[in-house]
Ligand binder design. Structure first.
Ligand code: AMP
Ligand code: MG
Length: 355
């Protein structure tokens, strides 16, 4: 398959390009497009054949449901059968934006979208290209992240091209995504809203609007099955083996990093360090002394938004440089940190080393 590739200005999108993309969706094709979280791989949410193409292109397990994207909150009645008062408050506060609501499903939504569940996930994105494209397509657009299943999510059009060229109909490249990590997924079907996947809308932000919000126990406790089917799979992972060095004392973290780098380099491995500016600053001699193969700077630990927007790009760079071993540091789980740490832990397959 030939994949059409078009660059579009994110603020003033070329309407002819978006019309072409919308027509492809209406005709049952699949199109990658930017959102403010990560790139999505979109298809007509009511067309069963088109939905199947998403799963095939990504190699996505069929039991992992899709998020439906809409261009106006009024369209929510087409996909959900009941919207609680708390859900309405959250929509008013956070849409358009990086918040996905899990709600009781409208029976007309195909089973491929919900993977057979009685609920459906829905979001109104805040990106001008995404909104215009969905509006032009005139259907709810089912769109998981536009990467091969299991790989780090795409935050640029180039990432999509690397993963899906030849497998999808079109890529609309609107430049880098603002947030760089996926939306917060919150289940509003129970009395107390439950975070199924942390994201840019934090627990604190949600609680200020809807009252008590809890995390799905399955997110952290391996004995509990997560409520979001996608969460159980290996995710966001680079090809190399990744380890997270966790501790409260940065001197100890640095000492542990040096010890590990030395040992892996001694064994002939290609080693990368992905760390904050503060940690990298403490080991300036690293590249010279240990001949590190790649250093990815996440930015300052005080700039969580910057870290979020960089993390997938740096993980992908490790693949570009054929890295065998990726060492990274544990970060604060305050605010946006909860989502960042969730992705780092997943990407590393929960391989944590205490310092
Ligand atoms: P992706 O769009 O690839 O970032 O993944 C969407 C996430 O939303 C996955 O973790 C899914 O398991 C989750 N999700 C989608 N629909 C539902 C649903 N009805 N109930 C629970 N989780 C869902
Ligand atoms: Mg995904």
């Amino acid at each position: 398959m030939i994949t059409k590739y078009q660059r579009v200005n994110a603020l003033y999108p070329n309407i002819m390009v978006l019309k072409c993309a919308a027509e492809i969706i209406q005709e049952g094709g699949v199109v990658a497009f930017p959102t403010e979280t990560v790139y999505g791989l979109g298809a007509d949410g009511f067309n069963e054949d088109a939905l199947e193409k998403i799963f095939i292109a990504k190699g996505r397990p069929m039991d992992n449901p899709l998020i439906l994207h809409i261009a106006s909150s009024r369209e929510i009645v087409d996909v959900a059968s009941y919207i609680s008062a708390r859900a309405k408050k959250a929509i008013t506060a956070f849409w358009p934006g990086p918040l996905t609501l899990v709600l009781p499903k409208n029976p007309q939504v195909p089973d491929q979208v919900s993977a057979g569940l009685s609920t459906v996930a829905v979001r109104m994105p805040a990106h001008p290209i995404a909104l215009k494209l969905i509006k032009l397509a005139r259907v709810p657009v089912a769109a998981p992240s536009a990467n091969l299943s299991g790989r780090p999510s795409p935050t640029t059009g180039f990432h999509v091209l690397k993963d899906l060229k030849g497998k999808i109909d079109m890529i609309v490249d609107g430049g880098p995504c603002r947030w760089g990590i996926e939306s917060t997924v919150v289940d509003f079907t129970d009395e107390i809203p439950t975070i199924l996947r942390p994201g840019a809308v934090t627990r604190e932000m949600l609680e200020s609007v809807v009252g008590q919000v809890i995390y799905d126990p399955g997110l952290k406790n391996k004995q509990v099955v997560p409520k979001s089917p996608g969460v159980k799979y290996l995710h966001y992972a680079p090809r190399g083996d990744m380890y997270l060095i966790q501790g409260d004392n940065s001197q100890l973290i640095v000492a542990k990093l040096k010890e590990l780098i030395q040992s892996y380099k001694g064994n002939g491995k290609r080693v990368a360090l992905i760390a904050t500016n503060e940690i990298i600053g403490m080991i300036d001699d690293l590249k010279l002394d240990f001949n590190l193969d790649y250093i990815g700077n996440l930015g300052s630990k005080y700039e969580q938004e910057l870290i979020a927007s960089r993390v997938y790009h740096l993980l992908r760079n490790c693949d570009r440089f054929n890295i065998d071993i990726i060492l990274t540091e544990g970060l604060s789980e305050e605010g946006l940190g909860a989502a960042i740490m969730n992705r780092l832990l997943k990407a590393s397959g929960n391989k944590v080393i205490k310092a």
